[in-house]
Design a protein around this ligand. Structure first.
Ligand code: UDP
Length: 356
C-alpha cells in the first residue's frame, strides 16, 4: 500500500479531516501525526473520541509558544518523523501555525505536499492565518480547493492551474454525519471569540464585550460565551469583565457545540469553521472581524461581516435576526471521496518537479 502522512494541527483540523481520514485509511497506509499544539482533553482528544477518529500514530507535543517557537519546534520534530516514515506524500489542512510547520518541513525534504482548504484569501495581510495559507499554498504540489473562487485566487497569484482541484467543503459531510446532543428550552445567543486580532488588542476585546452587553440589554436573551484559555488570559491581563447577561462557559465537545449552534437564535463568532456550520444549519450568524476569507457566505447574504464597531455590530445583529436564512447549497457532496480519488489517480511525483 502507498504510505502517506496526514497532519493534524488543531481542533478544527480533527473535525474537518474526520470523514476524509476514514476513506484515506481504506486506500493508503495512512500515518496520522498530531502536532500537539492543542493538548487539553476538551480541545483535542474529545474530538477524536466523538468523531471516531483513530488515535494519531505520532504526537509531536509542541504545545503553545510564540509563532516562531511553534513553527520551529514543529519543523524540527516533524523532520524526524518524515525521515523515519518516508511517506510518498503529506497532507496538510488549513492555515494554522502547525500546518505551516508541517508544510515547510515536508517541502524542504522535497516530499510532495497536498494542501486541503487551498486558495482561501481574506486579503488582510496582517492576519497570521493569511500569511500561513499563502505560504502553504505556494509550497504545495497539489492544491485542493473548496470552491471555484478559491482556485481563481491561486491562479491570480500565478499558480499552475494543473495543480488545483475543486472538491466542495468537507465540513458539510462532518455536520451531516453526526447526531448532536444539546437541548435547552430557553432562547439564547452563542459566542466564540479567540482570534488574535480580537483578543490580543485590548480595544477590540473591550468593544466586543461592550457590544454583547448592549445586545443583552436590548433582547434579554442569555448570551453563552465559549471562553477559550487564551481569551480568558487576555481578559485578566487587560482587567476586563463580562457584562451582565453574558455567561462564560468552557470549550465544548463537538456534539454539544454543534447542537448549540443549531438551537441558538444567533451566533456571533470570529471563527472560520463556525460560520460555515451556521450556514449549513441555517442559523443567523455574525462574523465579528474586519475581514473574512469566507467571502462566499457574505456575498450570499447568509452571514454579516461587522467590523469591530459597536454600532455596526448591533445593526448587523438586528438585520441578520430579521432575515430568513436559507441553508447553503453550494458546499457540494462526496467531498472526502473526491479528495481520495484525486490522490489515488495522480502520481504526486509528477507534480513535485523543477517546473512550477
Ligand atoms: N467547536 C467545538 N466546541 C467549542 C467551540 C467550537 O467543538 O466549544 C468547533 C466548531 O464546531 C468548529 C471548530 O470547533 O467545528 C471551530 O474551531 P475554531 O474556531 O477554533 O477554529 P477556526 O475554524 O477559526 O479555524
Amino acid at each position: 500500500m502507498r504510505k502517506i502522512i496526514t497532519c493534524i494541527g488543531i481542533r478544527p483540523d480533527i473535525i474537518r479531516l474526520s470523514q476524509i481520514i476514514k476513506i484515506l485509511d481504506k486506500h493508503f497506509k495512512n500515518v496520522i501525526v498530531d502536532s500537539g499544539q492543542h493538548y487539553d482533553y476538551n480541545l483535542n482528544k474529545i474530538f477524536y473520541d466523538q468523531l471516531n477518529v483513530r488515535e494519531p500514530d505520532y504526537n509531536l507535543d509542541i504545545k503553545s509558544g510564540t509563532h516562531a517557537t511553534q513553527v520551529a519546534n514543529l519543523m524540527i520534530e516533524f523532520e524526524k518523523t518524515l525521515n523515519k516514515e518516508k511517506p510518498e506524500f503529506v497532507i496538510v489542512l488549513g492555515d494554522n501555525n502547525s500546518s505551516l510547520g508541517f508544510a515547510l518541513a515536508t517541502s524542504k525534504l522535497n516530499i510532495p505536499l497536498v494542501h486541503i482548504e487551498s486558495g482561501m484569501r481574506s486579503k488582510n495581510w496582517l492576519m497570521p492565518e493569511e500569511k500561513n495559507r499563502i505560504v502553504i499554498d505556494h509550497l504545495a504540489d497539489m492544491n485542493i480547493c473548496y470552491l471555484p473562487e478559491h482556485k481563481e485566487n491561486l491562479l491570480r497569484e500565478g499558480l499552475n492551474p494543473r495543480r488545483s482541484w475543486i472538491v466542495g467543503n468537507p465540513i458539510i459531510e462532518v455536520v451531516n454525519a453526526v447526531k448532536t446532543n444539546f437541548k435547552q428550552e430557553e432562547p439564547f445567543y452563542l459566542v466564540t471569540c479567540h482570534r488574535a486580532e480580537n483578543t490580543e488588542q485590548k480595544q477590540n476585546l473591550e468593544l466586543i464585550l461592550l457590544f454583547l452587553g448592549k445586545l443583552y440589554e436590548k433582547h434579554q436573551k442569555e448570551i453563552k460565551f465559549i471562553l477559550m484559555p487564551k481569551t480568558k488570559n487576555y481578559m485578566e491581563k487587560f482587567g476586563l469583565k463580562f457584562p451582565e447577561g453574558i455567561n462564560p462557559i468552557p470549550p465544548q465537545g463537538f456534539l454539544e457545540f454543534l447542537g448549540m449552534e443549531k438551537e441558538a437564535e444567533l451566533v456571533i463568532t470570529d471563527s472560520g469553521t463556525v460560520v460555515e456550520e451556521c450556514a449549513i444549519l441555517g442559523t443567523p450568524c455574525l462574523t465579528i472581524r474586519e475581514s473574512t476569507e469566507r467571502v462566499d457566505l457574505i456575498q450570499l447574504g447568509i452571514n454579516c461581516l461587522t467590523g469591530i464597531n459597536v454600532e455596526k455590530m448591533l445593526e448587523a445583529g438586528e438585520f441578520i435576526l430579521s432575515k430568513e436564512i436559507e441553508p447553503v447549497s453550494h458546499y457540494g457532496k462526496n467531498i472526502a471521496e473526491k479528495i481520495c480519488n484525486i490522490l489515488l489517480g495522480n502520481s504526486l511525483e509528477f507534480y513535485n518537479n523543477k517546473e512550477r
